[in-house]
Design a protein around this ligand. Sequence first.
Ligand code: ADP
Ligand code: MG
Length: 714
Amino acid sequence: METNVIEQVFGKDVFNDDVMQAKLPKDVYKSWKKTLESGADLDLDIANVVAHAMKEWALDHGATHYTHWFQPLTGVTAEKHDSFLSPASNSKPVLEFSGKELIKGEPDASSFPSGGLRATFEARGYTAWDCTSPAFLQEDAAGVTLCIPTAFCSYTGEALDKKTPLLRSMEAISKQAVRIMKLFGYDDVKKVSCSVGPEQEYFLVDRDKYLQRKDLIFSGRTLFGAPAPKGQELDDHYFGAIKERVASFMKDLNEELWKLGILSKTQHNEVAPAQHEMAPIFTTANISTDHNQLVMEIMKKVAKRHNLECLLHEKPFAGVNGSGKHNNWSIVTDTGINLLDPGKNPHTNTKFLLFLAAVIKAVDENAELLRLSASNPGNDHRLGANEAPPAIISIFLGEQLEDIIEQIVKGDVSSSIQGSKLDTGVHVLPVLKKDATDRNRTSPFAFTGNKFEFRMLGSSMSIAGANFTLNSIVADVLQDFADELEAADNFDTAVKELIKKTVTEHQKVIFNGDGYSDEWIAEAEKRGLPNVKSMVEAVPYLTTEKTVKLFERQNVLTKAELESRAEINYETYSKTINIEAKTMIDMAGKQYIPAVIEYVTSLADSINSVTAACAAADVSVQTELLTKCSSLLAAAQKALLHLEDVTEEAATKEEGQEQATFFKDVVFAAMNELRAPIDELEMIVDQDFWPVPTYDHIEFIKSCHQHCFPVLQD
Ligand code: ADP
Ligand code: MG
């Protein structure tokens, strides 16, 4: 019998637990497992044996090289390949890989963003093996490479990557949650981990068209472009039938992901034309973060095989939805209890209510930090810019839990609203059980059954930032809770009082209504909830005294590390807008303006030759177009010169907050001023004169012709 492709390929390229069990001597495997579970330091003897087994396995799979695979603060992954070749006395090659090479690497740290933590003259940096995330194989034109997930830090031990604080935060929340579990009598719980399932949105566009747009190539989004006659208003793309070309991409993508043990589960068309989504089954936060980085890389790689380009930018096209990433997050014990599972009768589930109260308090007290954790220059086009979700952090709990919270606040909790039967009115359809709670798509932080869904993340971001922030802020509240409850004379009364006090104080962050409405913005302001409108305005919250205290108390980030990250945020923002501005200057000056000049010249020629042939002929259409285009052309040229000026001026500003703010307030505004006349011209200029593929024809023309843009049908 033929086996299913999932069974054939799943985990094939991963040095996972099964492989280790098969390849390692029993005692080594056992002590390795123990190290992993206890989180104790790794013995070099064990590392040597693991390295040997890893090398043998990789060589069997055709690997020639290995690499320490890490996640510097650029947001993308980095790798430097070494072959297994080692010096040999005779002419035969010797292939080696030691425990030392497995656990430690020394890439030069000076060329990665460090926000002032590293100067170029003190370049040493280390990568350290993260044995909690399995090694895997990657195949490309260079051959097969063994990739070892690692953390990246400086010579002095400061974190220079996304993984280190995430791992630290996982330890922090585990430590505090275990204390709480002890108080509830769960002495067997030794470790608690966070589970994460990120839903990944993306666009697919035709690669030939993509290559004709410098804006897409350099900045990942269109910096010009008038809306197509049809956008997403008919809601006919969301969950629509998947086109052949896309389906074949998805098939390929799934196979590549499954090979790496990535639990690719759901796929569908998203709201905007050419937009899609993939969601994996959740796993622990660290592996999930590694996997999501791989998902993004593999999406890009596989797309090219189909002559498509995968756009992960948060806002590739104006006028239709951009892309985000929903970060589903929960806390689970090593004994298998999901601490955010309310059970049938949440009102009697004190343990759940306490953890719920901790999350509510953590989110309310640290809304700005969460906002920052979901910020990047691309996401500024979504958060707070009339697109999902709003920039104001609030929590959606749903009917059942909100009702319980209200009962608690009033002082007497006695019931849980139960889900009823769903009556479709059709007898042949099965009777379905309804959840006690409906969903809310507009909330940035929504309780969805047994987890929270943090919906603000941008599609291109690493999920590490959001998760180490969540873990740390919740750990910090749990620490206070544990301190208070451990000291209490009567645990039962103390815990009930603590829950009541907490939810009463933080009820203001709970909101079940429409998060997109103007009324909510006004209401949120009345409630005193922060509305941080942009990334640049969110960065200062990373270095406030309160933030530093919190992250230092949880041993997640030091003051110096936080300051360096704030610097990097400003730097990233400034550099991104600078690239966008320079791309616009290039396209406007070298492509759009010359094309429009050509077009107005053809209009002038037409007027001249028509009137020469017949003095009485009506050339009012040409004249009107000529006048209109010429005045828009003049406006475009003026805006272009202005953009050039302010971009130059930006370079003179002091790096950091001042420069980033100037880019946001002045350069970005000048970019919009240039875009407006060009987009208007695009609507009137003869399309044969237009120098780049346009938004129109998106998806609605079967065969690609020159001006169709992301055409996805064969
Ligand atoms: P929806 O679009 O309705 O939110 P999806 O199926 O697209 O649902 O995504 C739900 C995501 O939540 C999946 O990635 C899933 O694995 C994840 N998830 C489910 N349960 C948990 C949990 N306990 N902890 C973390 N993530 C979870
Ligand atoms: Mg979702």
